[in-house]
Design a binder for this molecule. Sequence first.
Ligand code: SF4
Ligand code: SF4
Length: 138
Amino acid sequence: MKESTVNAIRKIAELTGPKCASCPGGDQYRCCDKMFCSTVKIPSGIHFDKPNVNGIPYMGEKGCVLPPEYRPMCSTFVCGGHLDDRKFRREYDRLMDKVRKEFPEYPDSAHLRKTCQGAFAPDWWGHNRKLLIPASRE
Ligand code: SF4
Ligand code: SF4
């Protein structure tokens, strides 16, 4: 992964963290699912234990055990309701433009805004899985 992508992903994770910490669904980890743990991109030679809390492989007692850049699909996701915050969305778009140079299949904020309103992210992910995870990357 390019350094500019890594940096952008880390910044997005910092930006979205507080949004999810005040999740309207009442659980900042509600969008985690073993299906998404299977999309991680851990470089070869690096090992992380899988705590498997609640049956979600990389979920530990205090959230995901992976750094943001090793789980780019998770780190860059935010549900559409938060995109009404204009300042947040401007910065999110700026960073996602960089990420999407390497991962053009990831949705932009206009798509997220339209398809994922409020705290219904797991449904959204399920419906859009094929869009987000081309067969070649599964
Ligand atoms: S539903 Fe939205 S706010 Fe809640 S954890 Fe998922 S992306 Fe974050
Ligand atoms: S954030 Fe971590 S625990 Fe949650 S789905 Fe992604 S890889 Fe799994």
